[in-house]
Ligand binder design. Structure first.
Ligand code: NAP
Length: 260
């Protein structure tokens, strides 16, 4: 009698980040793992990943619990953005309720290095307040959804970099928009800040390589950076690299992944 082959491990990857895309690429074509990449649906036309994918919220914690059960998910990897605190909290609660092991894949925050002129604050409201009363030329590297916070500070001129062209007028009176998708490079961001004559940068401490260019460019130009600290998320098992996730999933690395 021949034994039937083992069922593939069903894995939900919560994505929306470069890390999640890298993990998806590493999981593609492994017959032992059947992974689904989940996008919130914030970005228009996301690049289709090489694994199954879905788009849209689950409907809160209960919705995610239902999804895990209906889809027979055996493991969840939370590879969402470090500032996406709600979905991460939902994943912790839903995985606990459904008895599904959860691992977070999160890049380390950018460290402050000598020469950095950072003012660290806890949230975007504090960042907007920190710009002060006098007019300034501000580079806002924070994404489309959070611009409203700066509308209450119309004395400043803003340079805003967005992934998609804005569909509606921005809530800022004096704003220039650059539409571009990372990764960005240091020399390019230095040129962008100089050409706008920016005198301050507002950023969230996302970490990772794809958006660090603005921080390096600010360092080169000796510009101050109002740096928003990460939101706190309940303790969970967390790793920083794709190979660590693969080991947790029991997936052997290919020679290419090992760099052999
Ligand atoms: P959030 O505030 O933590 O989540 C808000 C709601 O969006 C969640 O409750 C969930 O809806 C839905 N959601 C979020 N991520 C999801 C995912 N990967 N799959 C399915 N539903 C998801 O999230 P956010 O800050 O708006 O970020 C949304 C997405 O953009 C995340 O996937 C994140 O990785 C990515 N992203 C965020 C940032 C950022 O700065 N926050 C930057 C780059 C990329 P339900 O409650 O209905 O399930």
């Amino acid at each position: 009698m021949t034994s039937s082959p083992a069922r593939p491990l069903r894995v939900l990857v919560l994505g929306g980040t470069a890390e999640a895309n890298r993990l998806a690429a590493a999981l593609a074509d492994d017959p032992r793992i059947e992974a689904v990449l989940s996008y919130a649906g914030r970005t228009e036309n996301p690049t289709p990943p090489p694994i199954a994918w879905r788009v849209g919220g689950f409907g809160g914690i209960d919705g995610m619990v239902d999804y895990l059960r209906v889809e027979n998910i055996a493991r969840v990897v939370d590879a969402t953005h470090p500032f996406a605190a709600q979905i991460s909290a939902h994943a912790i609660a839903a995985c606990a309720a459904a008895g599904v092991p959860l691992l977070a894949l999160a890049r380390p925050p950018w460290p402050r290095t000598p020469g950095d002129r950072w003012l660290e604050v806890d949230d975007l409201q504090a960042a907007a307040d920190a710009l002060g009363a006098a007019p300034r030329r501000v580079f806002l590297g924070i994404g489309r959804l959070h611009l409203q916070t700066f509308a209450a500070h119309p004395q400043h001129a803003y340079l805003v970099r967005l992934v998609d062209p804005p569909r509606a007028p921005l809530p800022l009176i004096d704003a220039e928009v650059i539409v571009a998708r990372g990764p960005f490079d240091r020399a390019g961001d230095r040129a962008m800040l100089m050409s706008y004559r920016a005198d301050i940068v507002v950023a969230r401490n996302a970490g990772g390589n794809s958006a660090s260019a603005k921080i390096e460019a600010a360092r080169d130009l000796k510009l101050p950076v109002v740096m928003v600290r990460r939101p706190s998320i309940q303790a969970r098992q967390r790793v920083e690299t794709v190979p660590e996730v693969l080991r947790w999933l029991g997936h052997d690395e290919t020679p290419a992944e090992r760099g052999v």
